[in-house]
Design a protein around this ligand. Structure first.
Ligand SMILES: *Cc1c(COP(=O)(O)O)cnc(C)c1O
Length: 281
C-alpha cells in the first residue's frame, strides 16, 4: 500500500551559484509520484462504490496515463485510455509510460472516446484537470504552509499550481509549458473565477512548443543532474528551471521548487533526445 500520508522531504541544493529548496514530491512512491499522485489522491482515499472502470484520454506517453494505470491497479478496477493515434514505432517497441501502463493492465484504444458513460465508469479528464485534484494538492499545501519562501512549479494544465496557490499564503509562481500564458490563464479561470487567487505566471522571450526537443532543455537537465544530484523530468522541468534561473534575482524570498515527478516518462524522452542529438552532429 502506498503511504500517501508521509511528508516528502525538502532538500537544499545549489544550482549555478544560487541556492534553492526542492520539494521532493518525486519521492512519494516509485510508481505513484509527483503531482499526478497528488491530483489522484482523492480517488485513493475515497471509496469507488460501484465503479469498475477508469476511463481517460490524452497522449500516448503521458505521465497522467501511467499514474492512472497504477491507480486502477491499486483499486482493482479496469483502465481504458483513448488516444488519437498510436505511433507504429511505439507499437513495435513499447517503452516508457506506454509500456509500464500496459504492464499494469491498461487497455489503449485508438479513436474517438464515447461522449456518455454509464455509472460504473469513473471518467478522468486529460492530465487530471478536475476539481477532485484540489484534495491532494491541498495536502501538499499543508506541508508547505509554515515555510517563509516563494514557490515555483511548471504548469501543464495549471491544475496543480492553481490549487496550490488557493491553499497557500505564499506566492506561487509558474510558467506555461503547454500553450502560452493566455492558455494557462484560461485554464486557471475555468477552475477559479477570482483572479486574485491565481498563481503568478512568469515568461521567457522565446516560445517553446510542448513535447518538442530543444538542445537547451537537454543541457539544463544535464547540468541540474550534475550540480544537484537530482534527476528532474525532461518534459516540464527544463523549461521550469530556465524560468527560475532567469528570474532568480526577482524572487523576494528563498525559492522552493516543486519536483513533480514524471521520471518514468524520462525513458522515452531520453531515447528521443539521444536519437536526435547524436544524428544531427
Ligand atoms: C503533469 C506534470 C506537470 C503539469 O501539471 P499540471 O497540474 O497539469 O499543471 C508538471 N510536471 C510534471 C513532471 C508533470 O508530470
Amino acid at each position: 500500500m502506498i503511504e500517501t500520508n508521509t511528508q516528502t522531504p525538502i532538500e537544499k541544493v545549489t544550482f549555478q551559484n544560487s541556492s534553492y529548496l526542492i520539494k521532493r514530491d518525486d519521492l512519494i512512491d516509485d510508481h505513484f509520484s509527483g503531482n499526478k499522485a497528488r491530483k489522484l489522491f482523492y480517488y485513493l482515499h475515497h471509496d469507488f462504490k460501484d465503479i469498475d472502470t477508469i476511463v481517460s484520454y490524452g497522449s500516448q506517453q503521458s505521465n497522467a496515463m501511467y499514474s492512472l494505470s497504477v491507480l486502477a491497479k491499486l483499486k482493482g478496477v479496469s483502465f481504458i485510455y483513448y488516444v488519437d493515434h498510436i505511433a507504429s514505432f511505439l507499437k513495435e517497441h513499447p517503452h516508457g509510460n506506454y509500456y509500464y501502463a500496459l504492464k499494469n493492465g491498461m487497455q489503449m484504444i485508438e479513436g474517438k472516446m464515447p461522449t456518455h458513460f454509464e455509472d460504473n465508469i469513473c471518467f478522468i479528464p486529460e492530465g487530471g484537470a478536475m476539481r477532485e485534484a484540489e484534495y491532494g494538492v491541498s495536502l501538499l499545501g499543508q506541508e508547505l504552509a509554515a515555510l517563509d519562501v516563494d514557490i515555483f512549479l511548471p504548469s501543464g494544465t495549471g491544475t496543480t499550481a492553481l490549487y496550490l496557490q488557493k491553499h497557500l499564503k505564499q506566492r506561487v509562481y509558474t510558467c506555461a509549458c503547454v500553450g502560452d500564458s493566455a492558455y494557462l490563464k484560461s485554464q486557471f479561470l475555468a477552475l477559479q473565477k477570482d483572479e486574485d487567487l491565481h498563481p503568478t505566471i512568469i515568461t521567457l522571450d522565446k516560445k517553446y512548443h510542448f513535447g518538442k526537443l530543444y538542445r537547451e532543455f537537454f543541457e539544463i537537465w544535464i547540468k541540474l543532474k550534475e550540480e544537484t544530484a537530482i534527476e528532474f523530468d525532461l518534459l516540464y522541468d527544463p523549461l521550469g528551471w530556465m524560468h527560475v534561473t532567469k528570474y532568480k534575482h526577482d524572487f523576494q524570498k528563498p525559492l522552493l521548487y516543486i519536483h513533480q515527478g514524471g521520471l518514468i516518462g524520462n525513458e522515452s524522452m531520453l531515447l528521443r533526445y539521444k536519437r536526435r542529438f547524436s544524428e544531427d552532429n
